[in-house]
Design a protein around this ligand. Structure first.
Ligand SMILES: Nc1ncnc2c1ncn2[C@@H]1O[C@H](COP(=O)(O)OP(=O)(O)OP(=O)(O)O)[C@@H](O)[C@H]1O
Length: 362
């Protein structure tokens, strides 16, 4: 019996990824198809190694081959996780750059960036984090690294900066190079040079994701980064109030401008509802309900999740140990972990859209 790659892909296009509601072939999750007589092997590329749906997906693949092609095929399915990339990010060794932005200040963009980076790392990915918020770098505090200075050396006449590593994440912040007690009176070109150095002059090594915490609003730094480095996608953070949502819309508009053109990975609604630590099942929508989700629907971008307003989040940020690392605050840990998984899935969907077709041609 002779089977072809096209038949295999056709059969597997009947298997849906339960979370993403799209089939495995459209999502580019089927790779490395090898056919040898009636023996068939292929890999299913998951977005996270800890995917709870592993067994379910493997079973569905076997059933699809048996049902749509033949029961007599000996099938080997390699369930594996591999973070995909679609293009050269301009930073050697870095597969994907994820920009985290907000229209308004103070909505929790840095909190989301930090917990996103750690959430991605928890799933087994190699992650770096750049704090590009030049006027209010808060990542040194959130990682308990105030006063830290990265090592810098000269190699062949070029400066090499060693990112600081903490909780398994490689970090650089503009705050490592400035005095926290002094304002930063830099003009646009100086800011652009400093930010580019964080990408270009650092030894990032091999990274699946480089998360970038942008300043609030839309400005020089956004333009510098998006026009210098092919950013994989942007995550927009908002709170539920009408003013924040209106500003988030402006932020989204900037990424979609022709000169910037960065795909949107989705919207995160932070401080979505208040929940008291002693009564976590009670939700109080003090700033209004569902605004972030509605905005996502309106603009047809993915909704990445609601993060509650909880004292533990700000306490952990101030204490230098982000909440996603906590063993107690289950509700927040789950909210951030799920958000990070959705971001990983969206990155892989975006990459798949660019890469689709390659498997048939190879
Ligand atoms: N979900 C939350 N629950 C409780 N506190 C939060 C939450 N999200 C953020 N915070 C707190 O709100 C404050 C502002 O958060 P953060 O610094 O992350 O905002 P930002 O949008 O990055 O601000 P900036 O505009 O200064 O860059 C911090 O003290 C943070 O700990």
């Amino acid at each position: 019996m002779t089977i072809t790659k096209e038949q295999v892909l056709q059969a597997l296009s009947n298997v849906e990824e339960p979370d993403l509601k799209k089939d495995l072939v459209t999502l580019n999750m089927i790779q490395d198809i090898v056919i040898d007589g009636n023996r068939l092997s292929f890999s299913v590329i998951l977005t996270t190694p800890a995917c709870p749906l592993k067994a379910l997906i493997e079973n569905a693949c076997r059933n699809a081959i048996s049902h749509f092609i033949s029961k007599d095929i000996e099938v080997t399915v390699n369930m594996t996780s591999r973070v995909t990339t679609q293009k050269n990010t301009g930073v050697p060794g870095v597969k994907n750059i994820i920009a985290v932005a907000s229209g308004k200040g103070g909505v929790g963009k840095s909190t989301v960036s930090v917990n996103l980076a750690l959430g991605l790392a928890k799933s087994g990915a190699k992650v770096g984090l750049i704090d590009a918020d030049i006027y209010g770098p808060s990542i040194p505090i959130m990682f308990g690294l105030e006063g830290a200075r990265p090592l810098a050396s000269q190699v062949n006449g070029k400066t090499r900066i060693e990112p600081i590593e903490k909780y398994g994440i490689k970090l650089l912040s503009i705050g490592f190079f400035t005095d926290p007690n002094q304002p930063v009176p830099w003009r646009g070109p100086m800011v652009s040079t400093a930010v580019k150095q964080l990408f270009n002059d650092a030894d990032w090594g091999e990274l699946d994701y480089l998360v970038v915490d942008l300043p609030p609003g839309t400005g020089d730094i956004h333009i510098t980064i998006t026009q210098t480095f092919p950013v994989t996608g942007a995550v927009i953070v908002t709170t539920p109030q009408a003013v924040a949502l209106a500003d988030a819309k402006k932020g989204i508009g900037m990424f979609l401008m022709e000169s910037i053109n960065v795909p949107l990975l989705g919207i995160v609604e932070n401080m979505a509802y208040f929940t008291p630590a002693e009564l976590p099942e009670n939700k109080y929508y003090i700033f209004g309900q569902g605004g972030g989700k509605k905005l996502a629907e309106q603009l047809e971008v993915p909704f990445l999740g609601e993060i509650p307003l909880v004292k533990g989040i700000s306490d952990s940020g101030d204490a230098g140990k982000p909440i996603v690392l906590s063993e107690e605050h289950e509700l927040m840990v789950d909210a951030f972990t799920e958000m990070a998984n959705r971001v990983a899935q969206q990155v892989s969907i975006n990459n798949a859209q660019v890469l689709r077709g390659d498997i048939i041609n190879n």
